[in-house]
Write a protein that binds this ligand. Structure first.
Ligand SMILES: *[C@@H]1O[C@H](CO)[C@@H](O)[C@H](O)[C@H]1NC(C)=O
Ligand SMILES: *[C@@H]1O[C@H](CO)[C@@H](O)[C@H](O)[C@H]1NC(C)=O
Length: 159
């Protein structure tokens, strides 16, 4: 990873992509420090039992200047370089949003599929931490050692 760059459309990150991995048992060890255009980054390797996968994981990677204060409601501004190593080990806050009320499962299932309900039950605790300062990406890099420069990228945008 040479640079971390994303359009404003990519905002809000790919929290959701983690779900399947988070559900499995995991062990963590730190990645080497990665140099990006904006500063140094260190994530962790996640070994997922039963899948034989080792996934370099970088959570809460900032990709734009936080849209707070004078930057509120303005076009996304390029990130300033950060100092030191950014430890990318926790999710950034979710963007402000009204969360669906799923306390009554029977009622919820009239509005959504069972799969969506189960997913929401997993994500809602994380989505309760909300802030306007929410322009962060979560990056998952399986097979990090591969030599090909062409890798498939799955971009998961949620609002
Ligand atoms: C969610 O819905 C239940 C009824 O299904 C209601 O009792 C509760 O007050 C609601 N909670 C919120 C936060 O709106
Ligand atoms: C949950 O929702 C169902 C369907 O809307 C309703 O019949 C039931 O009374 C609700 N239960 C509670 C505890 O509110």
């Amino acid at each position: 990873m040479q640079q971390v760059r994303a359009s404003p459309l990519a905002m809000a990150g790919a929290v959701v992509a983690a779900a399947a991995l988070l559900a499995a048992t995991e062990t963590r060890s730190p990645t080497p420090i990665i140099n990006t255009k904006y500063g140094q980054l260190r994530g962790f390797y996640r070994s997922v039992d039963g899948y034989g996968l080792r996934v370099a994981t970088y959570l809460g990677v900032p990709y734009a200047t936080p849209p707070v204060g004078a930057n509120r409601f303005s076009p996304t501004r390029t990130l300033s370089q950060w100092v030191g190593v950014h430890e990318a080990v926790t999710f950034g806050p979710a963007c402000p949003q009204r969360l669906p009320n799923i306390s009554n499962e029977t009622a919820a299932l009239t509005r959504m599929s069972r799969g969506r309900l189960r997913a929401l039950q997993r994500y809602l605790p994380a989505l309760k931490r909300q802030s306007e300062d929410c322009l962060y990406l979560n990056l998952y890099v399986p097979n990090e050692g591969r030599t090909s420069t062409q890798v498939k990228i799955l971009l998961n945008i949620h609002r």
